[in-house]
Design a protein around this ligand. Sequence first.
Ligand SMILES: C[S@@+](CC[C@H](N)C(=O)[O-])C[C@H]1O[C@@H](n2cnc3c(N)ncnc32)[C@H](O)[C@@H]1O
Length: 367
Amino acid sequence: MSTPKHQLVLTRPGFAGLLVQEFQDLWQLFGKPVGTAAVAFDEHEVLPALDATVFGRQYLPRATCLQIESIEQVVGVIVKRLETLSNRANRHAAKWTLHAFAQDDDPALQLAGKIEKALLAAVRQRLPRLFQRFITPVQAQSEFVGSPGSSGMLVQIYLPSLTELWFSAAGASSGPSIFIAGNQRMRHFPGAPSRSSSKLEEAFVALGRSPKAGEIAVDLGAAPGGWTFTLVRHGATVTAVDHGALMLPKDKKFNERVIHLLANGLTYKPPVAVDWVTCDMLVGSLETLRVLERWLEDGLARNFVFNVKLPQAQPWPVIKEALSLLSRYPWAVMKAKHLYHDRQEITLMGCVLGNSTEATSEEKSKH
Ligand SMILES: C[S@@+](CC[C@H](N)C(=O)[O-])C[C@H]1O[C@@H](n2cnc3c(N)ncnc32)[C@H](O)[C@@H]1O
């Protein structure tokens, strides 16, 4: 009898319920939560790409659930599965990598590390040809990314608890993120006044675009300055709107390129349209959406990143309202994402044009 297979979609711990709601409401796909950070779908459902979802972070195709009795027992079962797959992988000379993980600082993380070590040792001994094709997750980030037809294989072992794991082995180009658990941690730049700066760095990656030297930005709710720091780091000149104090590094670059405006970000309007507007104001979600709507309606910026704080109770209707707002504007990119650095919040992002060089030169030729 073959083992039942599923597709697993991972999210941030605590958000499995919202992921179930999102897939049900937007795609009529019915999933079952697995712990607090994953949802299992039938193997035959056609799932949306991770990038098109708000809460999806990682995807485990053809995943099977194994009970963990001991490390030796579970490694034995996985090696048998890999033995079957290795004939195919060896024939195609496919490289492969391994992500063995649990979420956050779950005690299961340590167990995942031990299983990974024992599994690689067993593969080295029992499947030496397959072992020769192993590359580390970091090597895979450059080898597998950007080669959609790549025959590389991604083996994932996810532990939602200390007693069970989910095993998945599939083509690296079949939909999963190349980052472990789909988490792309951004580095914290020295001098950044707050950890929030990493959130904006991550949003730029998700948007596929970041400010270019000389672009003009408005940062609403800027204090203590993490996002302003990031905008300047990418080359923008920034109007930082907030009644709070900025704690930017005392350096020429920030003195010359930041104007601090003690104003209300809910009503502030730039005198002329700008390249970027970012917003991280600590205000209600619906107020944030109204501000974004005004900026979009009046054509005040060509790119935006807005953080929307979600209510604890009933966040889904707010998210639907945000998605509906984005869908009313036919911009090249419009997305809503629960980023790795987001907590009880989501990030809305958009740009008028797909290609940044095009955007700048076209806009410049008008002046
Ligand atoms: C989460 S903090 C912003 C952090 C900032 N993005 C950073 O990276 O350092 C929220 C900010 O929103 C500001 N804020 C709240 N209501 C505002 C309003 N109506 N206008 C301008 N700023 C506002 C607060 O003063 C606070 O500094």
